[in-house]
Ligand binder design. Sequence first.
Ligand SMILES: [Zn+2]
Length: 142
Amino acid sequence: MHALRQRQCMLHLRCQICGEETFGRSDERYLWLVAGSEPLQEGEESWSPPVHESCAAEAVRYCPHLRKSHVAALVDAPMFWGVAGLVYDPETLEPLPGEDDDGLTHVSFADPQLRWTVAARVIVTLHGCTPVALDDLVGAAV
Ligand SMILES: [Zn+2]
């Protein structure tokens, strides 16, 4: 996902597919959709912005990563946690090796390393997670 679009979507809780607001569900929750097979856990970190139900169905149909496997959850409260980025050594000013699959390190807003980090993505933690089957959710909305 484009770094600027990711930050804009996350900061304003806009849909990562269409870019429109995700506020307004009758249950006042947010739908989270990520690639993978493990259910989203309480307090889990995520850099994927929320999605609309109809956009999630489209994403699963056309995105090869999501088509392979995906999980979804309704989330009560996404909380801003930190960033994923390149951390530089304050002594050598050289970039340090990243910790995740993309070569980025997750740094919380409270971590002193934040001042030595060039952020690529905003990370939230997900609270009040209820795993949902996307097919059930999209089917119920039609
Ligand atoms: Zn959307």
